[in-house]
Design a protein around this ligand. Structure first.
Ligand code: PAF
Length: 285
């Protein structure tokens, strides 16, 4: 069955009220569209968790900086709906910017900790925009569970922190990154890459996998240093690939991985290939 398309926040709320009445469990996959297999995997996971699944498609203007790609962000609604159609989502929520941010809108969510680091350092205000829209979407959809791709690892951890800090009644789940056959992490922005740029971008995932197999498990400072060296050797840096950061952090709160620390670690990288910013990460066991 085709999913219902819901255009306005009030219609989304009303549908959710109906489901409340039926006692349905609801899972939610927020997206900005330009769907790929990574998103579809989130929807499939959502189907296993709930009686009703909502997917939102909204290119959220407030999470883009003034010189970022909001205008040219791919908008592919027709093919998004075709891709969703066989998956059995119950509703696709397609609000517009005016309904989400009507005149007079003035309240934002700010994380004063890990949002200022990594991607937040390069994209000031980005995570305020993400957290604000996600909280508003949560309030409209009122999901029991929401699923996010771990490719946007910092985003996922920030949303978990928001849910915890603000006592939201939603379980925030992360889903493993889905990769192209050659290892490139799937992203809506990959379509910006020329064939040559794509080859260069591939070095990020190759570097991550090389680093992980060099150390198997990040257990102490020395193994982490080895991982960083393996990564940098594999990736190189120069005009064609401008690395933004290469970091090993604790998985739970993204604080720096310390010498005596045996908490699980994640290696996070970001770099720019031409005009396209790519991010990727890999958890250590
Ligand atoms: O990851 C995304 O696609 C977006 O940041 C999200 C979570 C849908 C908020 O706009």
């Amino acid at each position: 069955m085709e999913p219902k398309t819901i255009l306005s926040p009030s219609d989304m709320s009303a549908l959710r009220d109906e489901w409340e009445h039926d006692g349905a469990r609801v899972a939610f996959v927020p997206t900005m569209g330009a769907l790929h297999q990574g998103h579809l995997a989130l929807v499939e996971r959502a189907k296993t968790l709930a009686d009703r699944v909502v997917v939102s498609i909204f290119v959220n203007p407030i999470q883009f900086g003034p010189n970022e790609d909001f205008e040219k962000y791919p908008r592919t609604l027709k093919s998004d709906l075709e891709l969703l159609s066989p998956l059995g989502a119950d509703a696709v929520f397609l609000p517009n910017a005016t309904s989400m941010y009507p005149k007079g809108f003035q309240t934002y969510v700010t994380n004063r900790g890990m949002a200022n680091d990594l991607d937040g350092a390069s994209r000031p205000g980005h995570f305020d925009g993400v957290l604000t829209v996600v909280l508003k979407l949560f309030n409209l959809v009122r999901p029991h569970a929401a699923i996010f791709g771990k490719k946007d690892y910092q985003q996922w951890r920030l949303i978990m922190a928001m849910a915890h800090d603000l006592a939201l009644r939603v379980e925030v789940l992360g889903h493993d990154t889905i990769r192209e056959e050659d290892g490139l992490a799937m992203s809506s922005r990959n379509r910006y890459l020329s064939a040559d740029e794509r080859k260069i971008g591939l070095r990020l995932s190759q570097g991550l996998f090389a680093a992980r197999s060099a150390v198997k498990a990040a257990k102490d400072k020395a193994t982490v240093e080895t991982a960083m060296v393996a990564f940098r050797t594999m990736v190189g840096s120069g005009a064609e690939l401008k690395m933004d950061y290469v970091e090993v952090r604790r998985q739970a709160d993204l604080t720096p991985f310390a010498a005596t620390n045996d908490a699980p670690a994640v290696m996070l990288v970001a770099g720019r290939v031409g005009a396209t910013r790519l991010i990727d990460n890999l958890e250590f066991e």
